[in-house]
Ligand binder design. Structure first.
Ligand code: KG4
Ligand code: ZN
Length: 341
């Protein structure tokens, strides 16, 4: 029997099928990048409408690729929070309708927890873990224990998320959306020491992040230039901006690992796709700590991570499973969460 995962919390309509051993049979993700690019960020109303168009065709292809039929599905896991409310509702309603029709349980999955648990698609882990989630809407440090049941928040951004800082920086530089991949591509050819951007909250005891000062510092740096940066100058700015972001993420993660004496660190979420972050995090944590980062396609939003955590929950927390016929429960839970991607 297989588990179907559905992810629609932001701008990817994604569907995946895994087996009981968390092996991925198929995954199909319809990206909305084209829809939102011209606006320089996600337009929530357009995102939910696009999910309506894309989700069921993606599901059809996913079943074909996995060579699995509806009758083989024993449970459905769906991202129920956090996310854009209209986008979440499309996925949750699809899951509940299918759950109702197939008479299988629907498992609500927290998107941030799923990002971190994506590591279980490829690697067995030992608890406790230190988890850093770096996405477009969140930058949080957690101590994770008890087979993904316990998440203790020990640090978070006080303003912008790391992905948001990449996206806002890219907007100031006219690099389009999403900003992270654009900045990191240009940064490859730049000098990371060219501009001395600030690293906020240097205090050792503080495990929080702050990126809004960095963004303002970029704004003032650009205002001082006689013309829009391009070529080597643009690459240098991107490399320096990325370096400041990465340094802050590495420093706080290392401090947290030291303070809480944790040997294994998982970094996940869209920004974990950043090559410089992966490289500096490994060096920063040192040889005695194990760094785990999901493969790039499972760092950004995807349904495989939802199916993976859904499988773990199904096997370990039977009580949390909401029956497919209980049509109102997940919707009520989703609505009570802040609409953050
Ligand atoms: O986790 P995710 O796909 O969606 C959310 O749940 O937010 O993360 C999206 C974020 C965006 O801000 C995007 O700019 C950033 O991840 N991102 C990157 C890279 N790839 C995606 N940031 C830095 N470097 C990358 N290579
Ligand atoms: Zn995400």
């Amino acid at each position: 029997m297989y588990l179907l995962g559905i992810e629609t919390s932001c701008d990817e309509s994604s569907v995946a099928i895994v087996d009981a051993g968390k092996n991925l049979l198929a995954e199909v993700t319809a990206s909305q990048e084209e829809v939102h690019q011209k606006f320089g960020g996600i337009v929530p109303e357009l995102a939910s409408r696009k999910h309506l168009e894309s989700l069921l065709p993606a599901m059809k292809v996913c079943f074909e690729k996995a060579d699995v039929s509806f009758a083989d599905i024993s449970a459905i896991a769906v991202t129920s929070r956090p996310g854009l409310i209209g986008s979440l509702m499309v996925g949750v309603m699809a899951a509940k309708t299918l759950g109702y029709a197939l008479e299988v349980p629907v498992i609500p999955v927290n998107h941030l927890q799923a990002h971190l648990a994506a590591i279980e698609l490829t690697t067995d882990v030992e608890f406790p873990l230190l988890g850093l989630i770096v996405s477009g809407g969140h930058t949080n440090l957690y101590i994770i224990d008890d087979n993904w049941k316990s998440f203790t928040l020990i640090g978070r951004t006080r303003d912008d998320a790391a992905g948001e800082a990449f996206d806002k920086g890219a907007r100031l530089l006219d690099l389009g959306y999403p900003g992270g991949p654009a900045i990191s591509r240009l940064a490859e050819k730049g000098n990371a020491k060219a501009v001395d951007f600030p690293r906020a909250l240097p205090q050792k005891t503080v495990l929080d992040f702050s990126f809004s000062g960095l963004k303002t510092s970029l704004l003032y740096h650009l205002k001082k230039l006689p013309h829009k940066p391009e070529g080597k100058q643009l690459a240098d700015i991107c490399a320096s901006y990325q370096e400041a972001l990465v340094d802050a993420l590495v420093r706080k993660t290392k401090q947290a690992a030291e303070q809480h004496k944790i040997k294994t660190v998982v970094v996940a979420g869209g920004v974990a796709a950043n090559a410089r972050l992966r490289e500096k995090m490994q060096t920063g944590l040192g040889k005695n700590r194990r760094l785990l980062v999901p493969p790039i396609q499972h760092c950004t939003d995807n349904a495989a991570m939802v199916a993976c955590l859904g499988t773990i929950k199904q096997q370990t927390e039977k009580a949390a499973v909401i029956e497919g016929r209980d049509i109102f429960k997940i919707a009520a839970k989703s609505v009570s969460e802040p609409a953050m991607c």
